[in-house]
Write a protein that binds this ligand. Structure first.
Ligand code: NAD
Length: 415
């Protein structure tokens, strides 16, 4: 079984273990385990070579009981249907947890976006959007960026959809460029939200926030922005990693300087830090770890070597279920993915609201509203976890699933 197939099973395993906390009928549980709709498409693209290549794409809508489906689109060579199903389900729980009126979805294309030209990338995106036309829309399913996709790709999706409709429909995607109806603060929203939950965790754990050391795995949208926001708040970023490798400097790394350096080079070559072993990245002694790359990074194999006080899960599903009890035994406080990284979808919701109203907010308003939602969600989960003697992950999942089950119960089953 490949690691990617495990992600779906791991997500179901976690759902099943939470069910004992909730008083739900077996049929409800069966219903919540199944994605509502799965779309698989073959995408022909005329390549620069003159030949045609075919790419495989997916869109999974897991649950729409609380509102239109919502979730990112991933472009990565290792995308599998199981992975997309798992990520779609996590989106349902995430939107429910922060109480925004969306269900969950996810999409993906099996492609390494760095290995095709910009023209090929645009054509692939437009063809994918065309295939998705009957299934997406501001009232149905609203894509957003994820690993390997960005604001430009969202602009192409919005443009293709709008051409098909005959008028501009900014609400069909979020994470758009600001000039096309994107929201202030969306690009760094996932990271900002994660930092708000981290600050709340430091407060309840009574940890002094000065002089804390941080390691961040992944230096893309979530990782680089999280590193910058934490750096601005005075945290010391001592180790970073991405696909090119890992770097360490116990005196601290300036993520802004590193970003500038990476315009012409790779993270691993950064001269103001020493090279580190990516395989032992999580063993680095630090106070806070932010996994912000891919799934299945903290496992039963490396969890026992983690010496941090807090893990703030910027990535989706970075920790495997067999690592959870090890982290718990070692008193490591985990801010689970569906809570920690829900700032992205929260500001996506703000963007959707602004686009539908054609009325745009200031960055200050976006960040204040984001902080309110993140803090409220954090304390709800923390209090529930104390009340029911659950870990933060089980508490978050239980609260989120209960809300979806309640919506489903009230709506009833058609016909
Ligand atoms: P991205 O493509 O911008 O960045 C991914 C980063 O991970 C890159 O720096 C890449 O080099 C690195 N990476 C990939 N494989 C790695 C490995 N084996 N070791 C170390 N680094 C590796 O993607 P992103 O949007 O930052 O997403 C990162 C994670 O956050 C994903 O799990 C994604 O689902 C999750 N997430 C993203 C958002 C969002 O708004 N972008 C929202 C919620 C959750």
């Amino acid at each position: 079984m490949s690691t990617k197939q495990n992600v779906w099973e791991m997500t179901l395993e976690r759902l099943d273990s939470t069910m004992s906390v909730l008083d739900l009928k077996p049929g409800v549980i069966k219903y919540l385990r199944e994605p509502r709709r799965i779309l698989e498409v073959s995408l022909p693209v005329k390549m620069d070579s003159g030949d045609i290549d075919i790419f495989k794409g997916y869109r999974v809508q897991h649950n729409t009981n609380r509102g239109p489906a919502k979730g990112g689109i991933r472009y990565h060579q290792d995308v599998t249907l199981d992975e997309i199903k798992a990520l779609a389900m996590l989106m349902t729980w995430k939107c429910s947890l922060v109480n925004i009126p969306f269900g969950g979805a996810k999409g993906g294309i099996i492609v390494d976006p760095l290995k095709i030209s910009k023209r090929e990338l645009e054509n692939l995106t437009r063809r994918y959007t065309y295939e998705l036309l009957p299934f997406i829309g501001p009232e149905k399913d609203i894509p957003a960026p994820d690993v390997g996709t960005n604001a430009q790709i969202m602009a192409w999706i919005m443009d293709t959809y709008s051409i098909a409709k005959g008028y501009m429909v900014p609400g069909v995607v979020t994470g758009k460029p600001i000039t096309l109806g994107g929201s202030q603060g969306r690009e760094e929203a996932t990271s900002r939200g994660a930092v708000y939950t981290l600050l709340s965790a430091l407060k309840v754990l009574e940890i002094d926030a000065s002089n804390l050391t941080v390691t961040v795995q992944g230096f893309g949208n979530v990782g680089s922005n999280a590193a910058k926001i934490m750096y601005d708040l005075g945290f010391k970023i001592i180790a970073l990693s991405d696909v090119s490798g890992a770097i360490l400097n116990r005196n601290g790394i300036d993520p802004y300087k590193l970003s500038d350096y990476m315009k012409d080079s790779t993270l691993a070559e950064y001269p103001e830090a020493e090279k580190a072993d990516p395989g032992k990245f999580f063993e680095t002694k630090c106070d806070i770890i932010v996994p912000a790359a891919l799934e299945n990074q903290i496992t039963a194999k490396n969890a026992a070597h983690i010496k941090a006080k807090i893990i703030a899960e910027g990535a989706n599903a970075p920790t495997t279920p067999d690592a959870d009890p090890i982290l718990k035994d070692n008193n490591i406080f985990v801010i689970p993915d569906i809570l920690c990284n829900s700032g992205g979808v929260t500001v996506s919701y703000f963007e959707w609201v602004q686009g539908n109203d054609a009325y745009f907010w200031s960055k200050r308003k976006v960040n204040l509203q984001l902080r309110d939602i993140m803090e409220k969600a954090f304390y709800e989960v923390y209090e529930f976890s104390n009340k029911r003697k659950l870990g933060m992950r089980s508490a978050a999942l239980a609260l989120a699933v209960a809300r979806v089950a309640e919506a489903m119960k009230i709506r009833g089953i058609y016909p």
